[in-house]
Structures are given as C-alpha cells and as structure tokens.
Ligand binder design. Structure first.
Ligand SMILES: C[S@@+](CC[C@H](N)C(=O)[O-])C[C@H]1O[C@@H](n2cnc3c(N)ncnc32)[C@H](O)[C@@H]1O
Length: 266
C-alpha cells in the first residue's frame, strides 16, 4: 500500500481531467506519432501509474490514433491490479511493480515517452536528473506548484499553506522532495540538457460539485500540517471545522503545472 487509496484517486480524477492542459496532452500524443526509429506500436512508460489515469487521459480521443503499448510502473500492487481490471482487455498493458527510486534498474530503455501524473512533486532533484539521463521524452502532468486559494477566506489559510508547502518538501521515498519547486526544477534541468520544454498551468478549480474530494483534501492537508511548529491544535481544528462547513458552498483552487520535455531528435 502506497498511501494513495483507490477512493482518493477516483475522487481526484475528474478534477485532474478538467485541469490537464489539452494542448500539452495533444503535443505529447503527436510526439508518439512522430518517432521514426522505433516501429509502432510505441511504448509509453507511465511512472507512478496508480489505477491508470494517464492512460485514460491519453485514450480519451484515441480514434484514428495508432495503437500504443503501456507499461505501468508503480510500487502499489493493489493499484496496479485495479489498472489491470479496468484496462487489461482493452489495452496492450504491462504491469511493473517497481520502486521508482531505484532509478538504475527502471525498465525504460525501449520507451518512446515517459509519462506521469501527480508524481514529480514527490520526487527529488536527483530523480529528475536520472530521468534526464535516460534521454527519453517526458510528459509530467499535475505537479503541485504551491498555490492554494479558498473562498470564503479563513484567517489561518496562509499559515496552513506555509506549513503544507513545507510538508510537501519532506522525503517521500526519493530523497528531499521538490514539492512546489518541481516544475521550475524540471524546466531548468531539462532545458540545460537540450530538451525542448513547454509548460502550462493546470489548476484544480473546485466547488460544490467536488465536495467529497474537497472534504478529503481538507483532511489530507490537516494531517500534513498537524505537527508543524506554526500550527496550534485548537486553531487547526477551527480551520478544519470552518473548511468542512463550506465544502458545498465555497471554492478552492490548487495550483499545478504540466510539463512536456522532448529531446531534440526524432
Ligand atoms: C498521487 S498518486 C498518482 C497516481 C496516478 N498517476 C494518478 O494521477 O491517479 C502517486 C502514485 O505514485 C506511486 N508511487 C509513489 N512512490 C512510488 C515509488 N517509490 N515507486 C513506485 N511508485 C510510487 C503511488 O503508488 C501512486 O500510485
């Protein structure tokens, strides 16, 4: 178990789908068609695949698109099993239970594109450097960028955000996490390595329609900040109670950035 439940991944997927940059998704698809050196079907290695949300995003408009092979990489067998249950008969699918932090042994060399959604903010600079060393194109969507805005406002919002962003930099198994700085690090590092890099904002824009997700998000943020020196237990409980009381009437914006980094070669 990775700590990412199927319930949470299901709840966030609709907000992810609305948030993803269609422009970058289409450019990533185009890159898959443009490869000359590898015979189709091209292989996508999806890192931190969960139940297969990136596969679903790529498959949404697949009419007329050449067939793809998918290798789903994750360390959570329950999530991989769920991906297999949903897509095992409809897609050319290979499941790999791996620890992505073991970068030296990742099965990537035959991939045309590495994809990831909601993963690269968990990783360290060293992990991104290792991905760059593979020389493969990368589509990394939905990287948290440190922005969160709530309505109605609460006096503790800024303090909670500061504590949450500091928790986002905690080691998540890859060394110190880049957290909110993941996209800016990727832009710098991929550009320096000669990749063509494009980015797009992909914020969650949440309202009463998403209230179950927002309610879980509030609990997740509260758990992440509970032990932070800036946060007093009573004040945090008041923040939680206020936020939970406005999930159906308030709004929440959580900032993300999508990154497409392609090597300058066909
Ligand atoms: C936020 S979830 C995103 C899942 C999926 N991409 C999505 O958007 O629904 C992060 C995923 O990364 C996986 N993960 C986290 N650390 C990992 C590691 N060290 N090795 C392999 N997978 C990992 C988790 O199991 C989880 O499926």
């Amino acid at each position: 178990m990775s700590g990412f439940s199927i319930e949470w991944l299901n709840l966030r997927e609709d907000a992810d789908r609305r948030a993803r940059s269609q422009v970058l998704l289409d450019k990533a698809r185009h890159w898959l068609c443009s490869g000359k050196e590898k015979e189709p079907p091209q292989l996508i290695a999806d890192m931190g695949a969960g139940t297969g949300s990136t596969l679903r995003a790529f498959s949404e408009k697949e009419t007329g698109f050449p067939a793809l092979r998918w290798r789903l990489l994750d360390n959570d067998q329950a999530l991989l099993n769920e991906a297999q249950r949903r897509h095992g008969t409809s897609h050319d699918l290979e499941l790999c239970r791996v620890d992505l932090s073991e970068t030296i042994s990742l099965p990537l060399s035959d991939a045309r594109l590495i994809t990831a959604s909601a993963l690269f903010d968990l990783v360290s600079a060293g992990f991104i450097d290792a991905v760059i060393d593979s020389g493969i194109g990368v589509y990394a969507a939905l990287n948290y960028n440190g922005i969160s805005r709530w309505t109605p406002a609460h006096p503790l919002d800024d303090t909670v955000l500061q504590a949450f962003n500091s928790d986002q930099r905690r080691d998540k198994g890859f060394g110190p996490a880049l957290g909110p700085e993941s996209s800016s690090y990727m832009i710098k590092a991929f550009s320096r390595a000669g990749y063509t890099v494009e980015t797009a904002d992909s914020p969650w824009i949440l309202n009463g329609v998403d209230q179950m997700m927002v309610s879980m998000l509030i609990d997740g943020i509260a758990d992440a900040v509970r032990d932070h020196a800036l946060i007093k237990p009573k004040a945090l409980q008041e923040w939680i109670d206020f936020r939970q009381s406005t999930v159906s009437t308030g709004t929440c914006i959580i900032g993300h950035t999508d990154v497409l980094a392609l090597p300058n070669q066909l």
